[in-house]
Design a protein around this ligand. Structure first.
Ligand SMILES: N[C@@H](Cc1ccc(O)cc1)C(=O)O
Length: 434
């Protein structure tokens, strides 16, 4: 299957320029996608775009990932209804390092002729003078041409309700020329013939193909992927807590795994094609099996597994699964001890949390006191009730059965702070000793 057919059945293809298919069929083609360092991590929306590069490479072509050290200093107006704030240079540098490391994970940089490459547009812009740029680049396109782009029109014209448009600075207006020049530069110096991106990049990419044509009489191509949206058409990739990031310090692998696990059937069926490399027959068979027993969430599980391993690691995936099963009764003290604080808190989100002061905790004479009076009746209303249930073997702390009602309080605090109390099978409480 060639690249375009592959992207099409996966539902990832939005549009491409005439001739793109012929170009790809005629030779190993170098293609690039740029990512601006607007945050210190990429998110799963970016990951869908990265998958375009992955497929390009799998189809035998050469992928280049561009980090926008220069463009990140300006801010792409595409898809943005308001002017952006400029980022500080040290923030940009930090962001650049972060996303560069992430991009490196997904491509093969050592596989012969079509090995991936990483470039940074700051490298060719740092020496470019303003006057030089105006003479060598700006001169080739008219303002009329630049104003015909959606990203610009949307900021200049009033919207359908007649509300005044935000306008855009000269700086953001110039963005398309900078990205356009990147394409020209890579065309000239690296033989790049194709630029890809999310669908909102069409305007910027075609500014590039236009520059290549005007400056050099050359031909280059554009291909854009579908913007991933949720079932209700709204922006995908946000959980209640905001973006779903690839950086494990911003979104823990557990939360990441949970995000995919919690997708609706409809979303999972669509996204397994975008975010995994599983072949068509396998996806078809998982989908079929899923439909026989949707409650087993086979699609979500297959998707969550594949993406969690690709973005994080097999170990992270295994820990995420183990953590996910805790509330279903699986796992022991060791499992709980293995959870980092943020994961522990995510696992027990929604479970009643009870704060106990350090001194009160130290003074607790018996487990019964701790689980009734000290926790203000939130676990057991009375000492009697606590005693009875402990006697019947129905109370565990940190997954270990409490033996006697008069036992001393002698637990190992998880992360030096927490106790997981279980009353009966299903009722969980988290005590935080502060
Ligand atoms: N404008 C792109 C990033 C980009 C930057 C430079 C390029 O040459 C290409 C793409 C975006 O915001 O997603």
């Amino acid at each position: 299957m060639n690249l375009i057919e592959e992207l099409r059945w996966r539902g990832m293809l939005h549009d491409f320029m005439p001739g793109t298919e012929e170009q790809l069929a005629s030779e190993m083609t170098a293609g690039y996608i740029g990512f601006d360092p607007t945050a210190k991590s990429l998110h799963i929306g970016n990951l869908a775009t990265i998958m375009l590069l992955v497929h390009l490479q799998r189809a035998g072509h050469k992928p280049l990932a561009l980090v926008g050290g220069a463009t990140g200093m300006i801010g792409d107006p595409s898809g943005k209804s308001a002017e952006r704030n400029l980022l500080e240079e040290d923030t940009l540098l930090e962001n650049q390092e972060g996303i560069k490391k992430q991009l490196e994970k997904f491509l093969d940089f050592n596989c012969g002729a079509n090995s991936a490459e990483m470039v940074n547009n700051y490298d060719w812009f740092k020496e470019f003078s303003f006057l030089g740029f105006l003479r060598e680049v700006g001169k080739h396109l008219t303002v009329n041409y630049m104003m015909s782009k959606d990203s610009v029109k949307k900021r200049i014209n009033a919207d359908e309700d007649g509300d005044r448009a935000e306008g855009l600075s000269y700086t953001e207006f110039a963005y398309q020329l900078i990205q356009g020049y990147d394409f020209y530069h890579l065309y000239k110096n690296k033989g790049v013939r194709l630029q890809m991106g999310a669908s909102d990049q069409w305007g910027n990419i075609t500014t590039g193909t236009e520059l290549i044509r005007r400056i050099d009489g050359g031909k280059a191509f554009a291909l854009v992927g579908k913007l991933v949206t949720k079932a209700d058409g709204t922006k995908f990739g946000k959980s209640e807590g905001g973006n779903v990031w690839l950086d494990p310090n911003l979104t823990s692998p557990y939360k990441f795994y949970q995000f995919w696990l919690n997708l609706s059937d409809e979303e999972a069926e669509k996204l397994i094609k975008v975010y995994t490399l599983l072949p068509q027959e396998e996806i078809a068979s998982i989908t079929e099996e899923h439909k026989l027993a949707p409650h087993q969430r086979l699609l979500q599980k297959a998707l969550a597994k594949d993406v969690t391993i690709r973005v994080h690691s097999e170990d992270d995936y295994n820990s995420a699964v183990a953590a996910s099963e805790i509330l279903f009764g699986k796992g022991d003290l060791q499992t709980l001890k293995g959870l980092k604080e943020d994961v522990l808190l995510s696992v027990f989100e929604g479970v009643p949390q009870i704060e106990v002061s350090k001194s009160a905790y130290a003074d607790a004479a018996t487990v019964t006191d701790l689980l009734s009076e000290l926790t203000e009746g939130q676990i057991f209303e009375s000492k009697g009730e606590a005693r009875r249930m402990i006697k019947n073997g129905g109370v565990s702390v940190n997954r270990e059965k409490v033996q006697g009602a008069d036992d001393a309080v002698n637990f190992e605090l998880l992360q030096d702070k927490y106790l997981v109390v279980q009353k009966g099978k299903k009722n969980y409480y988290l005590i935080a000793v502060n």
